[in-house]
Design a protein around this ligand. Structure first.
Ligand SMILES: [Zn+2]
Length: 1004
């Protein structure tokens, strides 16, 4: 037979595009349209409904950037349409290819009841099926003229990302506002042809099924009268019925489709817009659930649920009903889909505490899966946290975005730093925005790495990022692929139903140990430095506020601020969302975040001050030092307060060769006349830290223009060009005794550093007035250390990475995340670099020709200057603190990291404060001391082994405990876990490496 395949395929495309799809709406009549433009920020629904609109016509421009326009559309259903299905078609001026990234609307009835959301893939509102004719139609649309930030030429700098710079030029033209007859038979024919056409394109050309589909499509096209598509669509469908009815092969891949809209809590829109995005999507999804009995929708991020409840009670009522029906499903159990590299231990835990608690309290639902489809890599502390929250599974597809290495599994056990294993699934469809296209379904089946031992995968299905969700077209396509020869078999299921199947069929999945590193978006560890500092500072202040408020509550009856702490935690958790903390949002988001963090700091400092004053009493003229760190400092116990002298700083003297020497008897640091650290001698060990001939505290600047995703990415070639900033404007003694001040100018920027030595540590305070464009600023420490690997602090422990690049997996980790420290060591001697706010770093090594010693260079990432999506990213003044700790063991690194992040506070008073909780082994780090969230007054203490070894210790309480229980993160007693036996005011504990434990002490 002659091969006419291309002829039929091209015919299908043209007839679908030009004849069949336009026939879905065979008749239409225009609606009358009027509009009222809200003068500023969005107004309450009642105000929008009652405003006085002015006429506007299709074709007219509307919509200043970030504006809100209330459209009123009115009309009458023509009498001759009686008996037909009629829909309103409301096209605000959409570009069909970018749902969620442009204008959007929410349609209301005149009584204020929400109908559904409008987006380019969802422009219809059902008026009647069938109509009687003569019905009066009146609808209101709350339309948001959100500007397009990510355009067809992506990553171009734009001022549209902030209301303050976006101007007032209208962004859209009203495209269509009609009543129209909806021909369901033609619509079904479109779906039939799309499913078969897309499936056909994926099938092997030498297989019979492909040709059977081709011939059936040809017969259907022959059956259509192109002058009367509506009259002949049924006949065309009849030609396709046979090939649509042949069942899937027994070995076909099985896909659990989960209706979804991955909505970024802020990104190319501000937080306030996400409140409305969520309401639009939830309105659409509750409506779709009513129309489609098999459909299931899952929504993550408790924060987004809370927004609906607070801001759109009518939408909330519909959501609650659908949840109770088991079809609108809470997913994930986190407050937001956060970043997981940068959040600190407690913050990562609280993401689950607040997320799971919301779903438990509102619906009695407890999720067992963490749902993070879009997060930029996963720290190896996460499995233990997921388990401690009472969950046991993880879903993400993001690792499929890695630039270099292809992950070997789609379903596997992920083992974290402590040995906890989590059943993990990467949807092989490689997207969280599956739209049920044949190509996507075939890719999932082909791509699935676990074929032969497993058969099930999950496909998050619906428009995401900016919202929209699943469409009726996706549901109709899934129905045809339920059991279709040549296709994977698709059913709608909840995430839990999928995981239960997947676990059952795969009892011994492969294991991946250690972090799930995303080989992309590495610059998110550095971009928007102020957002990152705000996060770190807030985490530290929250620890202090809980500790001192709990201590004061137990000791003095101080009113523990449950409500305030709950609210502040949720604010900080929201800002850990995977486009806020990573620095990849528009300027508006980061401008607001800076203000929010300032307010958070002010309120937490107020709580801390009140609690400390209550503890210190008003008597006496002394000064108490409060130590919130988990280790004793300068004679003050961990979590207590005592009178203590000011720490003594090392002395300053001139250096013979020029420059200065700082020396405290433990560490002698030589700073040359360029302001560089040419020697840092650990006097106890008699050992030099800085590599011979090298200089530390070296600022280095690189050009930094990635191939795409400017705020997100730094590409490896950035290292090809580097400028060492060795020229100093000034190197002088600083204003403070025992300090050296270094000033440098470069480009349009200026750096001032103050260096001091104290307690064997070199402290470096760096102030950068940053006015560069597309540059990367690093602070380098070339160290005389030979080590194959180094440690970076992560949640509840640390993870190791290679210092070399033997494999492509190691080479790809050229920029990585640390929390408070990075540490590297040879047997018997190590060095730590601790930081108060930076996360990005890189470690490289060279071997010196002079002595064959190894120079391991540790560099912390200070600032970048990408121009998309915020064209002014990081311009202005920044302050950083780092400390180099020569001779540091891993335990020293842990301790110094806490000290730098939790500076002591001096408060008038002389009533020394004994700690609420004392641990007699420094390897155990207490990360939280707080009162129980349930208001019982119980004291909750969370701690972990911090060095990667075993720990046995006694935990003593500085109050009378009447009972103790081991709990999960939600402070619920752990079933089957024996509580430690209290004896003499203390309990004995024994911890595995990095093990995390929560104890709950009851008080009489
Ligand atoms: Zn996202």
């Amino acid at each position: 037979m002659h091969d006419d395949r291309a002829l039929v395929e091209n015919r299908l495309k043209r007839v679908l595009d030009e004849r069949i799809r336009p026939a879905v709406y065979p008749a239409s009549t225009p609606l009358d349209v009027a509009v009222w433009h809200a003068p500023g920020e969005p107004v309450p629904v009642a105000e929008g409904l009652t405003a006085s609109p002015a006429p506007i016509a299709v074709g007219d421009a509307w919509g200043a950037p970030w504006g809100t326009s209330w459209f009123t559309v009115t009309g009458t259903v023509p009498a001759e349409w009686a008996g037909r299905t009629v829909e309103a078609i409301l096209d605000l001026g959409f570009d069909e290819n970018m749902p969620g990234f442009q204008c959007e609307g929410l349609v209301y009835r005149p009584d204020g009841g929400p109908v559904k959301g409008l987006n380019p893939r969802n422009q219809w509102v059902r008026i009647g099926a069938p109509v009687e004719g003569g019905e009066e139609v009146r609808l209101h649309i709350e339309a948001a003229s959100n500007p397009v930030i990510l355009d067809y030429h992506p990553f171009l700098p734009t001022k549209l990302g902030d209301r303050e710079t976006a101007g007032s030029e209208p962004q859209y033209r009203l495209a269509r506002m009609d009543l129209a007859v909806f021909d369901e038979t033609v619509w079904q024919l479109v779906i039939d042809l799309e499913v078969l056409g897309e499936l056909m394109a994926e099938l092997p050309v030498d297989g019979a099924r492909r040709w059977e589909l081709l011939r059936a499509v040809e017969r259907a096209l022959d059956a259509i009268d192109l002058q009367d598509v509506n009259g002949t669509a049924a006949a065309a469908r009849a030609e396709l019925a046979g090939v649509l009815a042949t069942p899937a092969a027994p070995s076909a891949h099985r896909i659990s489709a989960v209706g979804h809209a991955h909505i970024d809590s802020a990104w190319l829109w501000p937080l306030r817009e996400t409140v409305r995005k969520v309401a639009r999507t939830a309105s659409n999804m509750t409506a779709l659930l009513e129309d489609e009995p098999e459909f299931v929708f899952a929504m993550s991020q408790a924060q987004q649920w809370a927004w609906i409840k607070e801001h759109r009670p009518e939408v909330w009522a519909r959501v609650v009903k659908a949840v109770n029906d088991g079809r609108f499903v809470p997913a994930g159990g986190m407050w937001v889909e956060s970043d997981t590299n940068m959040p600190g231990s407690e913050a990562m835990a609280r993401q689950f505490v607040h997320g799971k608690r919301f779903f438990l309290e509102e619906f009695g639902v407890e999720n067992e899966e963490a749902w993070l489809p879009d997060t930029f890599g996963f720290a190896a502390g996460l499995p233990q946290i997921i388990k401690a929250a009472g969950s046991k599974r993880l879903l993400t597809q993001k690792i499929s975005w890695s630039q270099v290495n292809k992950f070997p599994h789609h379903t596997f056990l992920w083992e974290g730093i402590d040995g906890t294993r989590i059943f993990t699934h990467f949807p092989p469809v490689d997207t969280y925005n599956c739209s049920m296209k044949g190509g996507e379904i075939a890719h999932a089946a082909r791509n699935f790495k676990d074929k032969g031992v497993a058969r099930h995968s999950l496909a998050p299905t619906g428009w995401g990022d900016g919202g929209g969700g699943t469409t009726r077209e996706m549901v109709a396509k899934a129905a045809r692929m339920r059991d279709l020869e040549g296709s994977a078999a698709v059913v709608w299921e909840t995430p839990a139903e999928f995981f239960t199947r997947a676990e059952a069929e795969y009892p011994a999945p492969p294991v991946w140990v250690g972090e799930l590193y995303l080989e992309l978006h590495r610059a998110t560890l550095t971009s928007q430095a102020k957002t990152k500092q705000g996060n770190r500072r807030s985490e530290s202040l929250l620890r202090e506020a809980e500790l001192w408020a709990a201590t004061a509550a137990v000791r003095t009856g101080f009113a523990y601020p449950h409500e305030r702490l709950d609210r502040i935690w949720k604010t900080v958790l929201l800002h850990q969302f995977h486009d806020i903390l990573p620095g990849s949002s528009i300027a508006w988001v980061h401008r607001e975040a800076e203000k929010t963090y300032a307010a958070v700091a002010a309120e937490l400092n107020e709580i801390i001050d009140d609690a400390q004053r209550a503890l210190a009493g008003n008597a006496g003229s002394g000064e108490l030092v409060f130590n919130a760190a988990p280790h004793a400092r300068n004679g003050v116990p961990a979590g207590g307060a005592a009178m203590a002298p000011a720490p003594t700083r090392g002395g300053l003297r001139a250096r013979d060769e020029g420059g200065y020497v700082l020396d405290d008897g433990l560490l002698r640091v030589e700073i040359d006349d360029r302001g560089l650290v040419v020697s840092a001698c650990d006097l106890r060990a008699g050992r030099e830290t800085v590599a011979p001939g090298q200089a530390a505290n070296l600022l280095q600047i690189h050009p930094d223009f990635p191939n795409m995703w400017d705020a997100w990415d730094v590409d490896q070639f950035y290292r090809n060009t580097v400028t060492d900033l060795v020229d100093a404007d000034e190197v002088t003694p600083g204003e403070e005794p025992g300090s050296v001040r270094v000033v440098r100018s470069f480009g349009r920027s200026r750096v001032t550093q103050v260096l001091t030595v104290e307690a064997g540590r070199l402290d470096i305070r760096t102030e950068v007035d940053w006015h560069e464009t597309e540059k990367f600023l690093k602070l380098a420490f070339p160290l005389d250390v030979h080590a194959d690997r180094y440690a970076s602090e992560s949640q509840y422990g640390h993870a190791f990475r290679a210092t070399h690049t033997n494999t492509s997996w190691e080479a790809a980790k050229f920029e990585a995340c640390n929390h408070k420290f990075v540490h590297l060591e040879e047997p018997g001697w190590g060095v730590a670099l601790v930081t108060d706010s930076t996360y990005g770093h890189d470690v490289t090594r060279t071997v010196r020709a002079s002595d064959r010693g190894t120079t391991t260079t540790l560099r912390v990432s200070l600032l970048r200057a990408p121009r998309f999506p915020d064209p002014e990213t990081d311009q202005g003044l920044h302050r950083f603190r780092h400390a180099l700790v020569p001779g540091a063991t891993i335990g020293d690194a842990v301790r110094e990291g806490w000290f730098l992040n939790l500076p002591e506070r001096r408060v008038p008073g002389d009533a020394e404060v004994a700690p609420l909780v004392t641990v007699d082994d420094d390897a155990i780090v207490v990360t939280a001391v707080k009162l129980a969230d349930d208001g019982s007054g119980d004291v909750v203490v969370r701690f972990h082994e911090s060095r990667g070894g075993r720990a046995r210790a006694r935990i003593s309480t500085g109050f009378t405990a009447t009972g103790v229980a081991v709990t999960d993160l939600l402070e619920r007693p752990l079933a089957g876990t024996a509580a430690p036996e209290p004896a003499g005011g203390s309990v004995a504990v024994s911890l595995r490496p990095f093990e995390l434990v929560t104890l709950r002490f009851s008080r009489s």
